[in-house]
Design a binder for this molecule. Structure first.
Ligand SMILES: *Cc1c(COP(=O)(O)O)cnc(C)c1O
Length: 215
């Protein structure tokens, strides 16, 4: 099936308020262009160097989202153009993003990644750290924290995924009531996006369902 068709099918299943990030990591320029030509503009990558290379080669009206874990020493490469960083998971990283945003005379939009899954390998703040970080957000002049991001456990247990999404959504609502810029809840991937939407996701990150399986 063509990429255009797959995008259409996924979009037909989304409420209008939910943003679709097409996760193009590891996929070639040609496939991204195919999605672009069908009208899609929001793409997600998980490696900074790969995203920079693609940004250089592709049309400049693409919105690039960094969805992976971020190495601090590479923030400078994406600071001129990145439109949303989903995987912010430390105070040190916030400090570096703020510094590079300032150098580029920009405000960079970020999401705080929250550890909701059972696996230890998934990144993110735990819930108690999150409260401490939230207190400090106003001190970063060149960062706008727009919301939260989370990944559910990789499991066939739909009830577990459901409870993790509900937990993230409840945190999101709590913060949102104190911070009006909070309007993005990034949760849901190819395997669990329907569940995520039921639980209040406003942004889903879909890779394999659009571009095919990765090696
Ligand atoms: C790869 C990736 C996705 C997309 O995964 P699919 O299962 O291919 O849809 C979403 N979010 C993050 C953080 C990823 O690294």
């Amino acid at each position: 099936m063509k990429i255009e068709k797959k995008l259409k099918i996924i979009k037909s299943q989304l409420p209008e308020s939910v943003v679709l990030v097409a996760v193009s990591k590891t996929k070639p320029i040609e496939l991204i262009l195919e999605a672009y030509k069908s009208g899609h503009r929001v793409f997600g990558e998980n490696k900074i160097q790969e995203m920079v290379m693609k940004w250089e080669l592709l049309p400049k009206d693409i919105e690039w989202h960094m969805i992976g874990s971020v190495q601090r020493n590479k923030v400078k490469y994406m600071a001129p153009f990145v439109s949303l960083i989903h995987g912010v998971d430390s105070l040190k990283l916030l400090i570096e993003i703020n510094k590079q945003a300032k150098k580029n005379n920009r405000i960079i939009n970020c999401l705080l990644q929250v550890h909701i899954a059972k696996e230890d390998t998934k990144q993110g703040f735990n819930l108690s750290e999150l409260d401490l970080i939230f207190e400090k957000l106003n001190s970063f002049e060149n960062i706008l924290v727009k919301g939260l991001m989370g990944m559910a456990t990789f499991t066939s247990n739909a009830l577990l995924i459901d409870s993790e999404f509900k937990l993230l959504k409840s945190k999101f609502d709590l913060y949102k009531s104190n911070k009006k810029e909070f309007d993005i809840l990034s949760m849901g991937m190819s395997g669990d996006f329907k569940n995520a939407i039921v639980n209040g996701s406003t942004m889903i990150r879909i890779g394999s369902k659009i571009f095919g399986e990765r090696n």
